[in-house]
Design a protein around this ligand. Structure first.
Ligand SMILES: [Zn+2]
Length: 641
């Protein structure tokens, strides 16, 4: 199977011939097709579906990921198959809806505890295959209802044909002929170089054009500053082979659906939690832009189309994404599902890792970022906190501080308002508060969650596999989900909000994090004048925001209330800021990471930070690690190999 193929079709024929040589009876194979990065083999022989040795042998021979599917003629009718599944597992898990995908022969089963059904060595899955002749796909019933998960599943389930067609096209693209063996690897910064926002990098190898992240700069209104520089001559949407997304924050994923509006039909590679979270944030971004009468760069239909083209990967899974390019995602420790992107180019000749937003220390929610790779020549690193004065206090200091502020407020009969970003910080705060309550360091008062936090938390709890070892262990093996602690209460109506404001001592987590709209402003309005209450900022406060002004000591505020009447408020509540809950590495951690990277790369590139931070960090790290380090400009093409 070595060598150059003439076309994807020819490639498929050769793959089929190779497979027929491996199996005992070649008539058992009834079809072979590309399915995204995988090769799907259809068979009437059920043994093939469960024989992991055979699957491994085929995969090694054709050098591709293999998936075996049942021939339509042997699959049981829906009702019979459903009955079998209920009979086998009704005492082990709660079974929700069951769907069938006729095209690829999958039965999609919703259960509360997927691990229990799957079993140790996948016995549960094999039992289903043998009994029903359908290949099972197990989806977790979200422990908390999530609208976004529901709608993504609906898109994928309601259009299996669209999804399969998309995957076939993607497969042909990925497995097409590789022409240039001695590749020149170049990257061009399209956004997020010497700045924060609109992160996007184009990587070209001669055979492949890959886009790493596709963000918007939410705070900027001028397109020339807000959007990635897709106007640069080396960028052409229709020439793109693959897009990889590091994490869901809009400055990394917010512009993605635009690609589909302008003709991109290729794959997006990311993790499942990133898929769910970025869809939620993109929908919210459109809603807000529409309400504010701003330019809408794409529509909901483009978000839907992009969903059909997403291929989700687990951490550590190696996948072909374009001719001569393999991708592996690794934990980045920033928000749920956030990944370091590792690309292995030209049979391993060149390896590059993109450590966009990452944290090199443990938080309650996530383990610290991965720093060991099989091979590595170039690393691209964020520099958000790259200045010498960017020092984050230790975790224990930070947790002690918030416990003290909460205790002081509650003792004097006050309420604590914590404005937070919906994705990331909010869930980390929930875990910190849950820990403080269960270890009896703060009293168990109600913790109210308001705004998009509820949805983001629902998505987070649905993906325990992507959380820290400690939290994963509690959720999966001890049936103890910290996000479901009885202290947490969702606030779902205006009346409920009023009750919280006029009620007893409590803690409130509400969006937005900078008091620029959203329920946090409403709570602020209701709580500001009572000196018993307190306001705790846990995230960066942007210039010009109400949060920034209050944090800087503003004592008199005029606001528009919910009836659009202008009101004046005296800020009598206590105001504090805690910096230690950040999802980014601070300067010390950035340097430590640069030093500990294994193997030590030849070349370090610093991006994603103010220009001065990228430059000082590059200079400093270069001295310490004795390697080349630089801070490239937007639009500069850098030849790596
Ligand atoms: Zn981020």
């Amino acid at each position: 199977m070595e060598g150059v193929y003439l076309s994807p079709e020819r490639n498929l024929i050769e793959i089929e011939t190779a497979i027929q040589k491996i199996v005992s009876n070649k008539r058992d194979i009834t079809g072979v097709d590309f399915e995204g990065p995988e090769v799907a083999i259809y068979s009437k022989n059920l043994d093939y579906l469960t024989d992991s040795d055979l699957i491994g042998k085929i995969a090694r021979t054709i050098k591709k990921r293999v998936i075996i599917r049942s021939d339509p003629s042997i699959r049981l009718p829906y009702d019979e198959a459903k009955n079998h599944i209920h009979e086998m597992f009704k005492d082990i898990v709660n079974i929700g809806e069951i769907y069938f995908d006729d095209i690829i022969g999958e039965v999609i089963i919703h259960v509360d505890k997927p691990g229990m059904l799957i079993g140790k060595n996948r016995e549960g899955l094999n039992q289903i295959i043998m009994a029903t002749k359908w290949k099972p796909r197990i989806l977790r019933i979200p422990p908390v209802h999530s609208d976004v998960i529901q709608s993504i599943r609906n898109v994928l389930l309601s259009d299996p044909k669209g999804r399969t067609e998309a995957l076939k096209k993607i497969g042909k693209k990925i497995h097409r002929r590789e022409i240039i063996r001695d590749k020149i690897v170049r990257i061009t910064g399209l956004g997020g170089y010497k700045e924060v926002g609109r992160s996007s990098t184009l990587l070209t190898t001669g055979d492949a054009n890959i886009l790493i992240d596709c963000g918007v700069s939410v705070g900027n209104n001028a397109p020339s500053r807000m959007l990635p520089r897709f106007d640069l001559p080396e960028f052409e949407i229709t020439n793109l082979d693959a897009v990889v997304i590091s994490h869901a924050h809009l400055d990394h994923s917010g512009f993605l659906p635009y690609l589909f509006k302008y003709g991109y039909e290729g794959p997006i590679f990311t993790t499942v939690p990133t898929r769910d979270m970025m869809t939620m944030l993109q929908l919210d971004y459109l809603d807000i832009a529409e309400k504010e009468g701003k330019l809408l760069p794409y529509s909901k239909i483009d978000i839907r189309t992009s969903t059909l083209h997403i291929i989700t990967l687990k951490w550590g899974e190696v996948t072909d994404i374009a001719p001569g390019v393999k991708l592996t995602l690794h934990n980045a420790g920033h928000i749920v599902g956030s990944s370091i992107i590792h690309l292995h180019i030209g049979n391993g000749k060149y390896n590059i890792a993109f450590a966009h937003d990452f944290k090199f220390s443990n938080s309650r929610m996530l383990d610290r970022a991965i720093h060991k790779f099989p091979r590595l020549e170039t690393v691209v690193l964020e520099s958000t906190y790259g200045n010498p004065e960017d020092v984050t206090p230790s975790r224990s200091q930070t947790e002690n501080k918030i416990a003290e502020l909460i205790n002081n407020t509650l003792t004097r009969g006050g309420k604590v308002l914590i404005p937070v970003l919906a994705v990331g910080r909010a869930q980390e705060l929930q875990l910190v508060l849950e820990h403080l309550i269960t270890s009896e360091r703060i009293p168990e008062v109600p913790i109210f969650l308001d705004g998009m936090i509820k949805e983001a938390t629902a998505v987070t709890t649905n993906h325990p596999e992507f959380l820290s070892r400690a939290v994963k262990e509690r959720i999966l093996n001890q049936d103890d989900n910290p996000f479901l602690h009885p202290a947490f209460h969702a606030v779902n109506s205006r009346e409920a909000r009023e009750e919280v404001i006029s009620g007893y001592e409590c803690i409130i987590l509400a969006t937005s994090g900078m008091l620029i709209g959203g329920p946090s402003v409403h709570y602020f309005e209701g709580l500001a004048e009572d000196e018993r209450n307190s306001l705790i900022f846990v995230s960066y406060q942007g210039k010009g925001t109400l949060g920034r002004k209050i944090n800087e000591g503003l004592k008199q505020v005029t606001l528009k209330d919910s009836n659009n009447k202008t009101i004046a408020l005296n800020v009598n509540m206590e105001v504090n800021r805690i910096t230690g809950f950040t999802g980014h590495s601070d300067r010390k951690e950035l340097i430590e990471y640069s030093k500990r990277l294994t193997p030590r790369p030849k070349n370090y590139l610093f991006i994603h930070g103010e220009a001065s931070k990228c430059r000082t960090l590059a200079k400093h790290v270069s001295k310490i690690v004795k390697r080349e380090a630089s801070a490239p400009d937007i639009g500069a093409a850098i030849r790596l190999y």
